[in-house]
Design a protein around this ligand. Structure first.
Ligand code: NAI
Length: 254
């Protein structure tokens, strides 16, 4: 297959966890994966994780290229999409996965905690959706998949900022699905429950045990469980599905 015929997949936050599994789900000879990552606290460590994702995708028979980009900043997102478009001329699939937490009870939560989480999780998806959709509209084809969370639907003490950002993701998903439907673009969300990644490794044993107790299927999810749902929504089998939220939570939310 010629390079210019391969579908271009953009994944935000692809260096680790769920994002890495999503990149790997698109490791195939007919796809090119471009993903970003960002960690102001550990830029070199995060870059090493990204290089590992690139290598794993290549090992699995695909193509992946990464860049450090803060999705919260419009200028950085614009430059990232320009680079992808200059190289490929197309964007077929966008997965808005980058996300952070800054957990605190509401009465202790600062404006900075609120803004940081909303800026990455929600505004980041807004920026990426707009730049990707511009390219998708030209080709009258696109798949946008947003990673929400069960918490955006049922709430969680200590996560007002995070839950608000994820509820916002669901509103963004439903609205962009309606706006882009006539342009051949579908937009859906996947709402994971409790998935084993660095994000959940930070939880105490007590919180972990309590979470596990709430999962009817009796186990924590793996990043691949989420990636499979994303791959389905991006596939040609999902052409008639838009504006939906698929919960991947072992039945935590029914
Ligand atoms: P993680 O902490 O393992 O990885 C986060 C990824 O986002 C990394 O690749 C990091 O570089 C990237 N990132 C962080 N800030 C960024 C920024 N400003 N710009 C670009 N990239 C940035 O997280 P995990 O667990 O893999 O989560 C991925 C997504 O799934 C997030 O949106 C998270 O909210 C969501 N999710 C995770 C759940 C879980 O149980 N792990 C449950 C529900 C939703």
């Amino acid at each position: 297959m010629k390079k210019e015929e391969k579908r271009v997949v953009v994944v935000t936050g692809g260096s680790r966890g769920i994002g890495r599994a999503i990149c790997l789900a698109f490791a195939a000879p007919d796809k090119q994966v471009f993903f970003n990552y960002f960690s102001p606290a550990d830029p070199e460590g995060e870059k090493a994780h990204a290089k590992k994702t690139e290598a794993l995708v290549k090992e699995a028979g695909g193509f992946a290229k990464s860049a450090s980009v803060n999705v919260a900043l419009e200028t950085d997102v614009k430059a990232f999409f320009k680079e992808v478009l200059d190289e490929t001329g197309r964007i077929d699939i966008l997965v808005n996965n980058a996300g952070i937490t800054k957990d605190k009870l509401l009465m202790r939560m600062t404006e900075q905690d609120w803004d940081a989480v909303l800026d990455v999780n929600l505004k980041g998806a807004f920026h990426c959706t707009r730049f990707a959709a511009r390219a998708m509209i030209q080709k009258r084809y696109g798949r946008i998949i947003n990673i929400a969370s069960i918490v955006g639907v049922i709430g969680n003490p200590g996560q007002a900022n995070y839950a608000a950002s994820k509820a916002g993701i669901i509103g963004l998903t439903k609205t962009s699905a309606r706006e882009f439907a006539q342009r051949g673009i579908t937009v859906n969300a996947v709402a994971p429950g409790f998935i084993e990644t660095d994000m959940t490794a930070a939880l105490s044993e007590k919180v972990r045990a309590s979470m596990l107790g709430q999962i009817p299927l009796g186990r924590a999810g793996q990043p691949e469980d989420v990636a499979h749902a994303v791959a389905f929504l991006a596939s040609d089998e999902a052409t008639y599905i838009t504006g939906q939220v698929i919960h991947v939570s072992g039945g935590m939310y029914i």
